[in-house]
Design a protein around this ligand. Structure first.
Ligand code: SDX
Length: 370
């Protein structure tokens, strides 16, 4: 039996994350992701995923010192950034920029540091592409002071101002919760490329190509577009009904694995409540969520269609003033940890991916072409 989406097919063993789609559970290396997002930093959770245990204070100090050294972009990459047309969408630009990392001197980076180096460089890549798109000068001398953790460093590069703790904490929770999620489409892409013993930059570039799709990482900006199209509380139900009548998908809802609420959406919803945001957009979002879940149960009974992480990703990003064109690049910055962790895991026990396809085409008795 052919399942075009590989639904339910177990294609690898992993120690990185566990997802129970019926109970709405997500574990990173056995720890609840929701708990890690409350109690640890992005750097500490990345360390856990890459090396299998949370760092001791001494390990964390050495790790962060190495991390900030890798923030600086190599000269050839800065040269490449200046050539990328800024009228392309940011994810297409980022895919091109990341592929340029494969040039010298990155290839001289010790293999053991590839994951940390690529993750540490992402904020400067994204921020510089965004700045160029908005007519601002590139930041070529990247600050490497440890006073700014990874999330604060990212916000500082984007805005040129030191971010508030409220914004850093909210974005860090989002970035930890979206760091890793098993064999989703982009991570599976990375593992397939890694399984041929190709290089990590090729695997990352392929993953970004998968991530940018609207059914995957492209959803958060589609959620904001949906909320802006709805506009007012009175329009919520008629607008959603029309979409479902026309068999259109509601962005931010449904999931291949979760048949209950995505635990990450839950955690982000609680985080937003802590922000005491008085943005009327948020009230509309809450009404859209309740109505959409009710209507999805009516139009698609038994499918278990609930809110996924992207719905509240959009809300968190909007609450901290992140423009929607930066939603998927930010998701990319966080998921670079999961992608590189899976690439390392694939290399540790590698078998090349090569599934089969069922032939359903014609058969010709001879080659005579009239
Ligand atoms: C992410 O996999 C991951 O882990 C991904 C991710 C991660 O962390 O990496 O969690 C991140 O990608 C989250 C998902 C973001 N995408 C969206 O919000 C886009 C909207 N959602 C869908 O397109 C959809 O729910 C998917 C793609 C996410 C999952 O689709 P499935 O599991 O393949 O479900 P399906 O396409 O087989 O649909 C089953 C039925 C269909 O109806 P029927 O044809 O059987 O009548 O449910 C319907 C679908 O039409 N359906 C929806 C729907 N999602 C599924 N109907 C309306 N709105 C939706 N959102």
């Amino acid at each position: 039996m052919v399942d075009k989406g590989l639904k339910g097919v177990i294609a690898a063993e992993t120690e990185l994350s566990f997802i129970d789609g019926d109970q709405g559970i997500l574990l990173y290396r056995g720890y609840e992701a929701k708990q890690l997002a409350v109690r640890y930093s992005f750097e500490e959770v990345a360390y856990l995923l890459w090396y299998g245990s949370l760092p001791t204070p001494a390990e964390l100090t050495a790790f962060k010192a190495k991390w900030v050294r890798y923030r600086q972009l190599p000269e050839p990459v800065i040269h490449c950034l200046k050539q990328i047309p800024s009228d392309m969408d940011l994810m297409s630009q980022l895919r091109t920029a990341v592929s340029s990392l494969g040039m010298k001197p990155f290839e001289g980076t010790p293999q053991a540091d590839h994951a940390i180096a690529l993750t540490a460089m992402m904020p400067a890549l994204i921020a510089n592409l965004y700045r160029a798109q908005n007519g601002q000068p590139l930041i070529t001398s990247i600050p490497t002071n440890e006073s700014l953790n990874h999330t604060a460093h990212y916000l500082y590069l984007l805005t040129g101002e030191l971010p508030s703790d409220v914004h850093v904490n909210a974005l860090e929770a989002y970035m930890i919760l979206t760091m890793e999620h098993g064999l989703n489409a982009s991570t599976f892409t990375a593992r397939v490329i890694a399984s041929t013993e190709s290089d990590i930059v090729s695997a990352l570039t392929g993953a970004i190509g998968a991530m940018k799709g609207p059914l995957h990482g492209g959803a958060p900006s589609a959620v904001t577009n949906m909320l802006e199209a709805i506009g007012t509380p009175e329009r919520v139900e008629p607008w959603l009904r029309e979409q479902l009548e026309q068999r259109r998908r509601l962005m931010g809802f449904g999931h291949r694995i979760y048949r209950t609420r995505d635990p990450r959406a839950e955690a982000l919803k609680q985080r937003i409540a802590l922000m005491e945001s008085h943005d009327p957009w948020l009230n509309l979002a809450l009404l859209v969520e309740d109505t959409a879940v009710r209507l999805l149960a009516e139009y698609k009974p038994g499918r278990g269609l609930y809110t996924n992480v992207e719905f509240y990703a959009a809300a968190i990003m909007r609450a901290i003033g992140m423009p929607s064109e930066l939603f998927t690049p930010t998701f990319t910055a966080s998921r670079t940890v999961g992608w590189t962790a899976h690439i390392l895991e694939q290399a540790s026990d590698n078998v090349i991916y090569r599934p089969e396809a069922k032939y359903v085409g014609p058969r010709h008795s001879s080659v005579n072409v009239s």
